[in-house]
Design a protein around this ligand. Structure first.
Ligand code: IMP
Length: 199
């Protein structure tokens, strides 16, 4: 089935994070109407109990498809730091505890990286799409390093302490467009869109 450019097709992005919704809507353009969990009346705290990014993305996308009947995609992202053996990784959101507090997560990361020479890290995003009977995965990665201190006020999460390779600014010092062009989620999302455009 071809996507009719005049009639956006509805698809749920299994998140209520306004920053992510904004980013995804910018990238997805006009062919798709991207609905949040709140917009379909889903206020459930969907459990993210898998040990991998892929597993958690699949849990969320399946949950929406099975309980709410919408085609859905979900993402799970981790920040993997070489010197910390890949931590915080799949636990990035709750690195400093169950409060999911970005400030506390960054503070703990900077503390754990104090005095470390090797500051290499990467963000990895896995998107799981559950559409009809099909399940597909799309991955995106961006390499960079953890800065010594926070810089910038844009974005969210660990953006103020992550400087992508070849850049002299952190993600939090970039515009949405600049970040999307090179980010983990931008790359994974463009693969998702390439796939959707073939349907
Ligand atoms: P989630 O799986 O997308 O919820 O992300 C897990 C953790 O990584 C959360 O603490 C987010 O704040 C953080 N995170 C996800 N995407 C980004 C990003 O693009 N920049 C900075 N932090 C992010």
């Amino acid at each position: 089935m071809k996507v009719n450019e005049n009639t956006p097709r509805e698809i749920v992005f299994a998140t209520n994070n306004p920053h992510k919704l904004h980013e995804i809507r910018e990238i997805m353009g006009d062919c798709w109407s991207v609905l949040s969990l709140a917009e379909i009346g889903c206020h459930d705290d969907i459990p993210e109990t898998a040990a991998t990014l892929q597993g958690n993305a699949e849990i969320k996308a399946r949950y929406v498809r099975e309980r709410y009947g919408y085609d859905c995609f979900a993402d799970d992202t981790g920040l993997l730091v070489d010197e910390l053996d890949g931590a915080p990784g799949v636990y990035s959101a709750r690195y400093a505890g169950e409060a999911h507090d970005s400030e506390a997560n960054m503070a703990l990361l900077l503390e754990n990286m104090k005095g470390k020479q090797n500051r290499k890290a990467h963000f990895s995003t896995v998107i799981c799409l559950v559409m009809g009977g099909e399940t597909k995965f799309f991955e995106g990665r961006v390499d960079g390093e953890i800065t010594e201190e926070r810089s910038g006020a844009s974005g969210f999460g660990y953006d103020p302490v992550f400087r992508p390779q070849g850049e002299d600014r952190t993600f939090a010092e970039m515009t949405d467009g600049e970040k999307n062009a090179i980010s983990h989620r931008g790359r994974a999302t463009r693969k998702l869109i390439d796939y959707l455009s073939t349907l």
